[in-house]
Design a protein around this ligand. Structure first.
Ligand SMILES: NC(=O)c1ccc[n+]([C@@H]2O[C@H](COP(=O)([O-])OP(=O)(O)OC[C@H]3O[C@@H](n4cnc5c(N)ncnc54)[C@H](O)[C@@H]3O)[C@@H](O)[C@H]2O)c1
Ligand SMILES: O=P(O)(O)OC[C@@H](O)[C@@H](O)[C@H](O)[C@H](O)CO
Length: 448
């Protein structure tokens, strides 16, 4: 079958984990001899109760605004910020991208949450205090107020690839009904802007307010799995701002490129119960991640930034090789396992990678993907380490979580491999087979 894909719609240095450690469990009443024990519900984790229990996590001042407060923000940027040597100076106000769910869970806890670092041998629990405000996307008033505050120096984003509303050419899709709605609202001024639907339009509104308030420069840091995420974010914001007559909004914004990595599955109800049983706190905003974490950044922070390097982040002049390796090898590899795995009845990445047929498709794809990655980064040890990460059975990373927005992901994570192979005169058999598996998944109704 001939397929035309163009038609398709250094680990951080961390302290040794303490296996099974339970941070400061609250004191529960002693059971009374002879009585029928009534299970005592664990207290809800909150910043104030933590302080009462003798383990205060002081709330730092807000200097970072995050958009898209999902699971990954908590396991990655919030965690790096909490572990930076100057964590006491950098608090995060986290806004959801769309639904209010995460804000509803985090806000009653004062932003504090538990990170479960789930290694192959056991769990390590850590309470993270860097998020100090949590708001639903609809709190545009607070969002704009914060962006216009000179103390705020950084805006980070994890709104998923779909959240950027890009067309096939990689620029913002003006035919998208929400983009069109927001453009009209931005043009109509403040009252209409109170109902903005897209994160990028809200950022334009906030940056325009910042400019008018002369609050100084700011860094915008996309932490989504997109190639050239700084340019994509800048161009999309620039288009919106220019067309809305707010071109000045971006005058003092700096765009930082990132490659982000930490496998973060969706939190399950069983995970929350496990956190409660092991820590003694009921935490409705707990998140689970693998021990590995990587953050590579490139760009200017004109108003300062946390010392993320002290927590293991890497600042580089040229991000492309890191970005290519992450997006093509890891994320492209995930797509291989998702499609082949779903077709073979598997549920998780660990199940799929243990199946020799899926593994062989992965290895074949990786041979081609590695050739598409710039020579200046290693792909041999990287792949070896990745297999171990994928094999971590205790991380229940569901193939269905990966297999969303697949047309966009194929275009960004597999098509570049096909193009590189063909440009070198090869047949791109393994990467083209990924597209074929995608078609078969769609025909079988396994993915949308
Ligand atoms: N989960 C991971 O392992 C992982 C690892 C590296 C990078 N990332 C990046 O982070 C992104 C989010 O992952 P997550 O695990 O936090 O997901 P999540 O579902 O927990 O959270 C997604 C966030 O994005 C918002 N959002 C989703 N679709 C949107 C849309 N169309 N418009 C506006 N906002 C939208 C949601 O409201 C939520 O705030 C990924 O898409 C990826 O780019 C995730
Ligand atoms: O998060 P997505 O939807 O862009 O891609 C799915 C996975 O490949 C991704 O979440 C990886 O687990 C992650 O990028 C690892 O750091």
């Amino acid at each position: 079958m001939t397929l035309d894909p163009l038609k398709l719609p250094t680990p951080a240095k961390l302290p040794e984990p303490v296996e099974g450690s339970t941070p400061n469990p609250p004191k529960l009443p002693e059971p009374v001899e002879g009585s029928t024990p009534t299970p005592t519900p664990a207290p809800r984790l909150t910043r104030a109760r933590l302080a009462d229990a003798g383990r205060a996590l002081p709330a730092p001042p807000v200097r970072i605004v995050h958009v898209g407060a999902g699971a990954f923000h908590r396991t990655h940027q919030a965690w790096f910020t909490a572990r930076a040597s100057d964590a006491a100076d950098w608090g995060i106000a986290a806004f959801t991208g769309r639904s209010p769910d995460v804000a509803d869970r985090l806000a009653p806890q004062g932003g504090v949450f538990t990170l479960v670092e789930r290694g192959p041998e056991g769990d390590r629990f850590e309470q993270v205090g860097s998020i100090v405000e949590a708001h639903p996307a609809a709190r545009i008033d607070r969002f704009v107020e914060l962006l216009a505050d000179p103390a705020v120096a950084v805006v980070t984003l994890t709104i998923t690839e779909a959240g950027y509303r890009l067309g096939l050419d990689g620029t913002i899709d003006l035919t998208d009904s929400s983009v069109a709605h927001d453009l009209a609202a931005l043009r109509a001024g403040a009252v209409a802007s109170a109902r903005l639907r897209t994160p990028l339009a809200r950022i334009v509104l906030g940056l325009a307010a910042r400019r008018r308030a002369q609050a100084g420069p700011i860094a915008i840091v996309s932490c989504d799995n997109l190639p050239d995420n700084a340019r994509i974010t800048r161009d999309a914001l620039r288009s919106l701002a220019d067309m809305a007559g707010l071109g000045y909004a971006l005058d003092t914004a700096s765009f930082v490129a990132t490659s982000v990595d930490r496998i973060t599955p969706h939190t399950t109800a069983a995970d929350l119960d496990e956190v409660e049983a092991r820590t003694g706190w009921r935490d409705e905003a707990a998140v689970v991640a693998e021990p590995f974490a990587d953050w590579t950044l490139s760009g200017e922070f004109p108003a300062g930034r946390p010392a993320w390097d002290t927590a293991g982040a890497r600042f580089v002049d040229r991000i492309e090789p890191f970005e290519q390796r992450k997006l093509l090898v890891l994320n492209g590899g995930h797509l291989v396992l998702a499609f082949e795995g779903l077709l073979r009845g598997h549920t998780t990445v660990a199940d799929a990678v243990a199946d020799p047929a899926c593994r062989s498709a992965l290895d074949a794809f990786w041979t081609e993907a590695a050739r598409a990655v710039a020579r200046d980064v290693d792909t041999v040890d990287y792949r070896r380490a990745l297999i171990e990460r994928f094999e971590n059975r205790r991380i229940e990373h569901r193939l269905a979580q990966i297999a969303v927005d697949t047309a966009t992901k194929l275009r960004l994570r597999v098509q570049p491999v096909i193009e590189a192979e063909r440009a070198a005169g090869r047949d791109a058999a393994a990467s083209t087979a990924v597209v074929d598996a995608w078609h078969r998944c769609r025909r079988a109704g396994l993915i949308e």
